[in-house]
Design a protein around this ligand. Sequence first.
Ligand SMILES: Cc1ncc(COP(=O)(O)O)c(C=O)c1O
Ligand SMILES: [Zn+2]
Length: 363
Amino acid sequence: MRNTIYYCRNCGFKEELGKHYYWKCPKCGAPLDLIYDIEWRPKGLGIIRYRSMLPVQEIKYLGEGETPLIKRSIKGKSFLFKLEYLNPGGSFKDRGASLTLSYASSLGYSKVVEDTSGNTGIATTLYSRANNMQAVIVMPQYAPEGKKNLIRLLGGKIIETPTRPDAAKKVLELIDEATCYVAHTWNPLFFHANKTIAYEAYEAGFKHGTVVVPIGSGSLLLGIYKGFKDLVDLGLINTMPRIIGVQGASSAPIYELIYGKQYHGDSSIADGIMVRDPPRKHEIAEIIKKHGDIVVVNNDEIISSLKELIKMGFIVEPTSAAPLAGILKYMEDKSNVEEPILLPLTGSGLKMIDYLYSLLKKQ
Ligand SMILES: Cc1ncc(COP(=O)(O)O)c(C=O)c1O
Ligand SMILES: [Zn+2]
């Protein structure tokens, strides 16, 4: 394993990767960072193409990454849609689960637990299985049935809780010596894997412009930001793209931190970005303040973009339509959006066709 160091900015804790699995600082409980050298030597396919840019090199690869980048024009603007929903488990979460669980398995863990609104549970179960570990997924009982059934089909055990915050509490009771907690909302390994989205977009020709990112826990945003920062640091691109974050009206903590006011409204169909208190919220808000802006969308705006995406042939879930809704709303107010606009389409609609059909049929 490359010389990668767990580092806590809060208390100074440092330890080389390879001995323990940490999802947060073992000394003070703050989120951890990772420090390691990077070298631009892309070779091979998928996320393993970027081993020399990642904190872990031994990766059990199932085809994650290498997702298509498709150019479309909307309202006269040039969009690059990155089809993250074509990952093996149907979402970008496969990248983080692959890296995190390859590392956990190298340390001898036999069980994995995770709390999730759905997609991280699918990715966790898929990559637990690939790494010979048993997955237990704690999720709210109202999570989409299609997501739950896919987890069951892949061999995961589900524990249902009344709400998403209950799931976050319950999962902590399940951690023991043989069991690692993925903790995607905290875990630096999980979001460092998402750097590969930026690398792939760069290699496919995206060198400057705007990136639109849905924000729940912020693992996608943190990864994409760090990926582009690596490319700037290595001199491969000249400037950071502008980053426009998109949150849902029912749960917009990063908007609230930045603008100092509460947002009211309903975005309940975007279940993947309903995260009330992301552990890394201050870090996320700093990135947005320095490199971009944030916009908040509601159910009606999300449904209208979802219809548009499906009409264009992109079969995504409602959460994945939030960024398009967000950037269209943003462009109505402010004209300074640099093109092209890179927009990851994060999760597949194939897990919930009955639900999508009833949602869109009504419109
Ligand atoms: C489809 C989809 N898009 C976006 C997100 C938000 O990602 P993050 O929690 O990394 O901000 C999620 C998270 O569950 C998701 O499932
Ligand atoms: Zn610490």
